[in-house]
Design a protein around this ligand. Structure first.
Ligand SMILES: Nc1ncnc2c1ncn2[C@@H]1O[C@H](COP(=O)(O)OP(=O)(O)OP(=O)(O)O)[C@@H](O)[C@H]1O
Ligand SMILES: [Mg+2]
Length: 369
């Protein structure tokens, strides 16, 4: 098995010791947590790993609910009901529905591999009672229950007043603790940082950062060695530079590096591996680039070539990259940020997708410098 997995696997999880300890402390002290970070840094994996450790200790019950692609309170209730039913009533689904959701008539279907799915339709008039039933059920469990709502920012887009309704329930539960998680965009920011919103100041906030470089280095080296392979230190440093220690990209690069290495990975081969990675994505990235209006394309290329840039509207940057006026650069930045092509970090603007950045540097680097 390749130890550099692209899905969460408990035995191939790297570090996050501080974050896990902090989550534990929050839970034992009755605090709810919001975890946010840019995409693909490892929020979902962190929560899954935390739940894995809790379940092993058997003091808590955990429920992970992915709200991605839910568009209404009905979708939220369905996701929650399904996860609770799978957790507590997987042996007898119909019985579970009867005890849990008294007023609902679900359609239970089975997929070819035998896993049940439920088509629960909930009438708007029953939203609140159904939520109440679900939360009350958790409130009466003997063990404390920890629920994670991943991609929680979706709730902000529901046509109903989802936030206010949820906040009321969440506030009144004593047996249930919550972890909310999502990527750091303005939707999530507004939900938790705006004084006008129901979830304002209701959580302890954890901003997930990159994994420490030395720790990741050790993890990668160890996992090569456990499998009777070696990695030259300069090759490993290069892989971390190339992927910017950005969890997802580092995992992908290492996954290939591992599978391509027979005995020992040397620097030269590491170059080939990353070249191939970008080459394979070239067609997709080219069409992405082609879809951008001229100004945005130019700005994306310029930002990529700087790596990271504090002030892309500064005149020297504009002149150096032959960009149009300050105002059109500012506008292009805004659009690129909305499209999640570039993002603003503590150190400045950068291209969000590390591989796209490498692609731009490689194929559009010379043109402008
Ligand atoms: N600590 C870790 N050790 C090893 N792999 C990890 C770790 N954290 C995350 N990963 C891997 O990195 C990738 C991104 O992680 P994950 O999906 O958890 O990020 P995310 O922050 O939830 O992203 P998104 O915002 O897109 O939902 C996944 O392939 C995951 O398996
Ligand atoms: Mg996630």
């Amino acid at each position: 098995m390749n130890p550099f997995t692209l899905n969460y696997e408990p035995e191939y999880f790297c570090d996050r010791q501080n974050e896990l300890a902090r989550l534990s402390k929050n839970i034992s002290n009755g605090r709810n947590t919001l975890i946010h970070s840019p995409r693909r840094l490892g929020k979902s994996a962190l929560i899954k790993h935390f739940f894995h450790t809790l379940e092993k200790k058997k003091n808590f019950e955990t429920i992970f609910i992915d709200l991605f692609a839910t568009t209404s309170l009905e979708g939220f209730i369905q996701a929650m009901a399904e996860n609770i039913l799978f957790k507590y009533h997987s042996k007898n689904f119909i019985e579970g529905v009867k005890t849990l959701l008294k007023g609902l008539s679900p359609n239970i279907s089975f997929s070819p591999d035998g896993t049940p799915g439920i088509g629960l339709s909930v009438q708007p008039a029953r939203y609140e009672t159904t939520l109440k039933e679900l939360f009350n059920y958790l409130e009466t469990r003997k063990k404390k229950v920890i629920i994670a709502f991943d991609e929680f920012q979706e709730v902000a887009g529901y046509p109903e007043k989802g936030e206010a309704v949820l906040r009321t329930y969440i506030q009144n539960l004593s047996n249930v603790r919550f972890i909310f998680s999502g990527s750091s965009n303005h939707l999530l920011q507004q939900m938790f940082f705006s004084a006008k919103r129901p979830f304002y100041q209701s959580v302890e906030i954890m901003v997930l950062d990159k994994i420490n470089r030395e720790t990741y280095f050790g993890f990668i080296k160890d996992n090569f060695e456990k499998n009777d392979k070696q990695v030259a230190p300069d090759a490993l440093e290069y892989l971390l530079d190339f992927s910017e220690i950005y969890t997802y990209y580092t995992q992908v690069v290492c996954n290939y590096a591992f599978s391509e290495t027979e005995n020992k990975l040397e620097l030269q081969q590491a170059y080939t591996i990353t070249d191939d990675l970008i080459e394979n994505r070239k067609a997709d990235y080219q069409s992405l680039l082609r879809l951008l209006p001229e100004n945005q394309r130019k700005v994306a290329i310029a930002v990529a070539n700087e790596g990271i840039i504090k002030k892309p509207t500064a005149i020297d940057f504009i002149l150096k990259h032959r960009l149009p006026s300050v105002s059109s650069v500012a506008q292009a930045l805004k659009s690129l940020e909305n499209k999640e092509i570039i993002c603003l970090t503590n150190d400045g603007y950068t291209v969000y997708d590390v591989f796209f950045k490498r692609f731009l540097q490689r194929y559009y680097g010379k043109e402008l410098n």
